[in-house]
Design a protein around this ligand. Structure first.
Ligand code: AMP
Ligand code: MG
Length: 406
């Protein structure tokens, strides 16, 4: 079957990611900002931590006063006072002096290290030090985390829980984040019935609505389902129009090929959309459509549940993250292991095979499940997939391959 505008996988992703889109922004409280993408640079308004403090219980000293100190040959320093946790250190120490401090106490001016309690003996107002300390030992200095004016988080960064800690350390309780795009889905097919419907002869229930919806909700996106359309240009177009003002991206499952009852291309063109490519040289998922309609990206996804979800993972998800303003998407979770069987593949087609990963004493082993794209059950046992590039004629048993996690 020939597709009019078929492209390689690389070209497809390039075209998808270069579609212009201006993300909107939201103000989010720091707790709600988890996993959201930052839309502003965050600059520290102060040194963090704001004062130098002790990391242990003991005595703040000038390091050189302890040089040569041993159990058998202690050094003596004069105890000038104590700084309790949360108190301001309103005095300084000079040569030969020390101050009692606790973990978290502010350090007095002049002190550059702390001797742990265990390496001291208390002789009234004199402290015996039995172990040498070096400059900076047992101290967290003012500005160790960052200095006033430092750019501590950059726009485009997806915020993890460490980042929430950074935001809280500078008192930033609200941040500007990009708004997550809302996804609209239309299921199509004369043979497709809703989950609570009773399939007649030759009919099946809608699977793609739920696999797609689950994939996107797991990533925190909102999903709207417009319902099931018969294989009919008018009915498909009506369902798409229902989504017009509600979503940022439209996905249509089924009818994306060039055969009997495949009306997605016609429907897009009837609504005034522009088909950018039709067909990607991949397996599964060849009959994929990418178009622009009302300035929004639109995908026609193949109906086979395995193909539908694989195209969504590999081509729709990166676009959603792009629309969400995420700059660095290069860090994909993957693992390498040794193949337990050959994976044959055709030159000129980028193939994707779902696999089972086994961790044994001898290493990590990868076994292809070879799920048919028409069945969904094999996927539930697989943990990820291997990609065989279009220029390769498969992988051989014993080869090391990289697996991307589902
Ligand atoms: P199509 O892409 O319309 O040619 O459909 C390919 C195959 O996927 C057919 O066997 C359809 O019945 C099946 N299919 C289409 N849409 C769905 C869906 N939403 N859920 C489950 N199977 C589907
Ligand atoms: Mg169909």
């Amino acid at each position: 079957m020939d597709f009019l505008k078929s492209v390689t996988s690389k070209k497809a992703l390039e075209m998808i990611l270069s579609l212009p889109y201006i993300p909107k922004t939201d103000i989010a409280g720091v707790e709600d900002a988890l996993n959201r993408v930052l839309a502003e640079d965050v600059i520290s308004p102060e040194d963090i931590p704001p004062f130098s403090r002790s990391l242990v219980d003991g005595f703040a000293v000038i390091a050189k006063d302890t040089h040569g100190a041993k159990e058998t040959n202690p050094r003596f320093v004069y105890l000038k006072g104590e700084i309790k946790i949360g108190e301001n250190a309103d005095f300084a120490i000079e040569d030969g002096e020390c101050v009692r401090v606790s973990t978290g106490s502010m350090l007095p001016e002049g002190a550059d290290s702390v001797v742990m309690q265990e390496y001291t003996r208390n002789l009234l107002d004199v402290i015996e030090i039995t172990k040498v300390v070096h400059y900076g030992e047992n101290i967290c200095f003012r500005g160790d985390d960052f200095k006033k004016g430092d750019r501590i988080l950059g726009a485009g960064k997806r915020l993890n829980y460490f980042d929430l800690g950074i935001l809280s350390s500078i008192g930033k309780s609200n941040v500007l984040v990009f708004r997550k795009p809302t996804i609209g889905i239309v299921s199509t097919g004369d043979e497709i019935v809703a989950i609570d419907g009773v399939p007649g002869s030759g009919q099946i229930r809608d699977i793609n609505r739920y696999t797609l919806g689950g994939l996107f909700r797991k990533e925190g996106f909102q999903v709207i389902h417009a319902g099931i359309a018969r294989d009919d240009v008018k009915e498909i177009s009506e369902k798409i129009v229902l989504l017009k003002d509600k979503v940022d991206i439209i996905l249509i499952s089924g009818g994306s090929s060039k055969g009997e009852k495949d009306y997605i291309i016609d429907s897009i063109e009837t609504l005034g959309g522009n088909v950018l490519f039709h067909g990607i040289n991949i397996k599964p998922g060849k009959p994929t459509i990418f178009a622009s309609l009302w300035g929004k990206p639109l995908f026609g996804l193949p109906g086979h549940p395995g193909s539908c979800i694989m195209v969504a993972i590999r081509f729709v998800l990166p676009l959603l993250k792009n629309m969400e303003g995420e700059k660095d998407q290069t860090l994909k979770a993957s693992i390498s292991g040794v193949l337990t069987m050959n994976i044959p593949s055709n030159i000129g087609v980028e193939e994707c095979v779902d696999v089972v990963i086994e961790k044994k004493d001898e290493g990590i082993f990868i076994t292809p499940a070879f799920a048919k794209s028409s069945v969904i059950s094999a996927f539930t046992k697989s943990s990820g997939f291997v990609v065989i590039p279009d220029e390769k004629e498969g992988y051989e048993k014993g080869e090391e391959v990289e697996v991307y996690f589902f």
